[in-house]
Design a protein around this ligand. Sequence first.
Ligand code: NAP
Length: 335
Amino acid sequence: MPDTNRQIRLAARPTGELQPSDWEHADAPVTEPGEGQFAGVTKMISLDPAMRGWLDDRPSYVPPVGLGEVMRAGSLIEITESNHPKYAAGDHVVGAFGVQEHVVSDGKGCVKVDPDAAPLATYLGALGMPGMTAYFGLLDVGALKEGETVLVSGAAGAVGSMVGQIATVKGCRVVGIAGGPGKCALLTDELGFDVALDYRSDGFKKALRDATPDGVDVYFDNVGGDILDLALTRLAMKARVVICGAISQYNTETRHQGPSNYMALLVRRARMEGFVVFDYARRYAEAAQEIAGWIAEGKIKAQEHVVQGSIDDFPDTLQMLFRGENVGKLVLELA
Ligand code: NAP
């Protein structure tokens, strides 16, 4: 066993965009598992837009990462040694193990996964937290019904690509919003979206109007800002606006931009509701089973973007989310 555990720790509270100086690259000793614990080596780290929010010292659904602490992250590890009755060496486990090469855990909040049933990255994407987010956000919060029109932003990302595909499985018309012609082509040509709109192109507003002649029944918002505001102008009667995230706002140094068109909710008798996927933790197994079935039937494609590198590549890989460089679930696979 190596004697150092490379870690990425929070060195400074960022303002605005993340800087390399916000991170400390540190070496800690590798520790042995105690009674009721296991030790493992990190195989893959999940990169999530929410990580940016965890660095701000403001009230949220989880406490901020402390200065000097190992960066919080979901990851997939392989167990190397176990003193835990439910886990054995060789098991693959997903949990909130942080950005570090070696892990010791008591297994709380962890899920054992089967590396023969799906690619490892899928357990951080379609069968992991983003898949759960899409599933419960769309079906539970969005109360989706067959035949409705769904609009989703961040559509080529981890959550958005699943939202659109689940809506297609449910017999809905799906309009996706994404950045760039390549992502839009993927949505319509490979993921079954009916229409894909490039929000960076001229004529985007008109294209959105043309693509939603009868309005939008569910708008699943991953980005906030101007796109949320525009989407509010397209609501059908009794529409549901699902507030999943607002990546366009995460790096702003001032207050988040709110929607000025919110009176559309009144006019259209619509509702807007936010949610946090962790509230559905007890139902994850149910959702994962259904999503795995759709993947097996070829109805859904698990879209992953795997970057190979070392733990030191975490800061730059995280920035790919904010530069729009990922297609599907962004994962750092440790070589
Ligand atoms: P993702 O969509 O895979 O990656 C982020 C994408 O956001 C980028 O690829 C980029 O795509 C887009 N983007 C970046 N900056 C943008 C901007 N200024 N305006 C518009 N789009 C921008 O990330 P994800 O993991 O699936 O997360 C999507 C959203 O869901 C995030 O807001 C996240 O915080 C939220 N989320 C919420 C929960 C919950 O429990 N509520 C759980 C998981 C995730 P383009 O190239 O298309 O711009």
